[in-house]
Design a binder for this molecule. Structure first.
Ligand SMILES: [Zn+2]
Ligand SMILES: [Zn+2]
Length: 371
């Protein structure tokens, strides 16, 4: 047996829509399944009240009910069809009372607008540009705040109205089973308002796609992986929101000679057998050009010469890294007959001299152990 809707909500037949709303809110607050989990009676009462409110809050269906009773509602949305009712509108009225005021969210959007998204671009620079610093031109594709409506979406002189679907909340509430979930309103995309007449230039988006060339200063000392932030050069803001930032993710090309390790540079210097033995004056490359370096006689593979302050500048601008020269003695190969004769001669003198070289000491030790 179906109860009369006015009885269900405990209101008079001549009550105002405001009274009906208040009555429903009271019952909904008492019997909402989120408040009374597992209480079957409360659940039934809630469903009953919900259906009654769906019919009586709508002037057209209320009139049909008044004139023809339940008979007049056959096929009407909401009648005996709890699941088909658009819950979002129903629940918004009471939702705030369950979960606390959510007004802050919309208020924020109103006062400051929506900030534009940050953009991330990667930028490849040469080793020399990283060493000296550079000014690079970057071509950006991005959405800029519409110059016509300044991001406010509306045609000049036209206004805005509250979104009918979410009633300005920017969110709609959906029931799935006995769980109520909040979703961003699709009609207004969470703004809570809809423009009367969209700006013709941006078609109401508030932004227009565009290209921009931008000059960017690269400080000396940057390395691969460094992200530079360029303020307010990201996507444009909407409704008075500020623009996002542009981030440039740097990739520094490697150098054919210098290996980089933080601010330090490493360079391998191959030496001929005789250069290593006799010593030499070399003009070695540095990032600043060539520089005279003295190679002492008798250097070995693996010896290093450090040139202080000839590495990369550091980003803080105060220090510089070092340049390390790694010496590598090359053993001659493909000897001619004459070269072999000369080296045999060289060896004879070396052993007569008793130089105490590693080679001589090693074989002396072997002989002592095995004899
Ligand atoms: Zn516009
Ligand atoms: Zn909406």
């Amino acid at each position: 047996m179906k109860r009369d809707y006015y009885q269900v909500l405990n209101v008079g037949r001549d009550s105002s829509s405001e009274e009906i709303k208040r009555a429903f809110r009271k019952i909904a607050l008492e019997c909402h399944p989120d408040r009374c989990p597992g209480d079957h009676e409360a659940e039934e009462r809630f469903k009953e009240a919900n259906e009654a409110y769906a019919i009586l809050s709508n002037p057209e269906s209320r009139q049909r009910y008044d004139q023809h009773g339940f008979e007049g509602l056959r096929g009407h949305p909401g009648f005996e069809d709890f699941g088909a009712h658009p819950f979002e509108s129903l629940f918004q009225d009471i939702f705030d009372e369950f979960f606390g005021a959510r007004g802050g969210r919309q208020g924020r959007q109103d006062s400051r607008g929506r900030r534009g998204e940050d953009l991330l671009y990667s930028l490849r620079i040469s080793f020399v540009e990283a060493y000296q610093g550079a000014e690079k031109e970057v071509q950006l594709s991005r959405n800029a705040t519409c110059p016509e409506c300044r991001g406010h979406r509306a045609k000049a002189g036209s206004g805005e109205k509250t979104c009918s679907k979410c009633r300005g909340r920017g969110e709609v509430y959906l029931r799935q089973g006995f769980i109520t979930v909040a979703q961003t309103c699709r009609q207004c995309r969470g703004r809570g308002r809809i423009v009367d007449e969209p700006c013709p230039h941006c078609r109401g988006n508030g932004r227009v796609p565009g290209e921009k060339k931008l000059k960017v200063k690269i400080p000396p000392g940057v390395d691969t992986g460094v992200r530079l932030r360029v303020e307010s050069e990201g996507e444009g803001g909407i409704e008075g929101g500020e623009a996002g930032d542009l981030y440039l993710q740097l990739e520094v090309e490697s150098h054919p000679l210098f290996k980089r390790e933080g601010a330090n540079l490493h360079l391998e210097i191959p030496l001929s057998f005789s250069q290593a033995a006799v010593g030499d004056d070399l003009e070695v490359p540095t990032p600043e050009g060539q520089e005279k370096v003295k190679i002492k006689p008798g250097v070995q593979t693996g010896d290093t010469v450090s040139l202080k302050g000839r590495g990369m500048p550091s980003l803080n601008g105060y220090e510089r890294g070092n340049l390390y020269l790694h010496l590598l003695v090359e053993t001659p190969t493909g000897l001619t007959k004459r070269q072999k004769e000369l080296l045999a001669e060289f060896d004879r003198i070396e052993s007569e001299k008793g130089s105490g070289s590693k080679v001589q000491r090693f074989w002396e030790m072997v002989r002592e152990i095995f004899q």
